[in-house]
Design a protein around this ligand. Sequence first.
Ligand SMILES: Cc1ncc(COP(=O)(O)O)c(C=O)c1O
Length: 380
Amino acid sequence: MNTLFEPSPDRRHTDSMKWQRYRDSDVIPLWVADMDFATPEVIRTAITARLDHPVLGYAHPWPSLNLAVVEGIARDHAWQIAPEWIVWLPGVIPGFNLACRLAGEPGAGILAFPPVYPPILAAPANHERRLIRSHLVETEGHWGIDWEHFASLDHHAIRLLMLCNPHNPVGRVWTREELLRLGRYADHHDWLICSDDIHCGLVLDAQSTYRPIAALDESLAQRTITLMAPSKTWNIPALSTAFAIIPNAQLRQQFILAGQGLISSPNLLGLVATEAAYRHGDPWRQALLGYLRENARLVTDNIASMPGLRSTPVEATYLAWIDCRELNQARPQRFFEHHGVGLSDGKDFGMEGYVRLNFACSRSLLSQALSRMQAALSAG
Ligand SMILES: Cc1ncc(COP(=O)(O)O)c(C=O)c1O
């Protein structure tokens, strides 16, 4: 038993959004993307140490914090960034919303790849831009870009390419070839790129290597806003701390200006946690990846034995994307909820007939949820 992750703390009567949804019913919550695991000790210790100073005033990100991020990204992703490229944010969602404001004029097209994290689909309309969809396709158990459809798009109308790498919910880590192919279109049509890389610390598949698109060549670096955060990897999403990496000084200035009056100053304890995570959090992250790999295998093996359900290997994230179209259930999310498992509805991600399962919980809870799904199918 891995005592870092088992037993996981009881969150039933806490402020947890994930657990509150089903507080009055016997439904196992495997929906919103936070983990049931305790935040790593190194992070809690750093926060506690900061509280020794009793004033929690507005904070200015400090040099050793920026350096921890620079060194962490160089170490983990082989990308050498400069500290001045970092723009601190209260979340990744505000980051891609600001990117939309920089995409041409109102009415400009923003390209996204459903199924994808719902706030990405919602962002263009928040800023009077137009969402252009290119649905991902699954071929023989592998999700990918539908290049034929992609080629048929009105490329001139697109001003912003919105990526999610690794991709929530299909769990793909985009390859260098895929990113370069997208990058060639971006260069040719002078697209801005915004890459939401919040899950980049969670690569499970040994054959997959995460590469930020901005790290592939100088031209792509100059047109890209990369969004990262410690929140998913180290399970601190409610500390509201994220950052954009923008190598192009002019673009960076425009991004900062677009956020004026909207973006609040960074959360002090989130900044403290971020430094601790990037500086000291790797051993915990490695242990987490080992635990999540086993959970991913448990999910894939179980789903493979359930008639009417299909899933694909999860290269990254702690989310499994499950095809329920052969179940003949109009609302698969409701069906499983009725049988005691709370999943996310694929419809919200722009693809009906699918559900998303968050497997970042203790193995015993996960096994219980999978048994309930199996029983649901037997009961019909
Ligand atoms: C792809 C993706 N982007 C952004 C977020 C949320 O980011 P934040 O809470 O920093 O705004 C999530 C959370 O699930 C996510 O999966």
